[in-house]
Design a protein around this ligand. Structure first.
Ligand SMILES: [Zn+2]
Length: 104
């Protein structure tokens, strides 16, 4: 059993106690809700990433087929890079979202 400092009154308390014996703040619940907020922020961040990757992917397709013809030269290269990075980024982010959901 270790002694930790109460986040509110700074008095020493057991790390296993869910409530501080001095000020009665519920330490266990506090850290749990902090973890939940962290988890929500993480999943929001992942949603943003997947949205950005999808946008890049669509931009790549648009650049590639701009004007109804398959692009050539530099434009084709830019389109292909956007397409590949957007696609890979989207897949990776989807996997991370699934892993994140499984964990929480
Ligand atoms: Zn306290």
């Amino acid at each position: 059993m270790a002694l930790i400092e109460c986040p509110v009154c700074k008095k020493r308390m057991s790390s296993k106690a869910t409530r501080c014996p001095s000020c009665n703040i519920s330490v266990g619940e506090e850290s749990e809700s902090a973890a939940r907020i962290n988890s929500i922020q993480k999943s929001t961040q992942l949603q943003t990433h997947s949205f950005l990757a999808l946008t890049l992917f669509i931009a790549g397709v648009v650049i590639w087929f701009w004007g109804g013809e398959v692009a050539e030269g530099k434009q084709a290269l830019v389109g292909a890079v956007c397409f590949v990075f957007g696609f890979a980024g989207y897949l990776i982010t989807r996997v991370r979202i699934v892993l994140h959901k499984r964990k929480s």
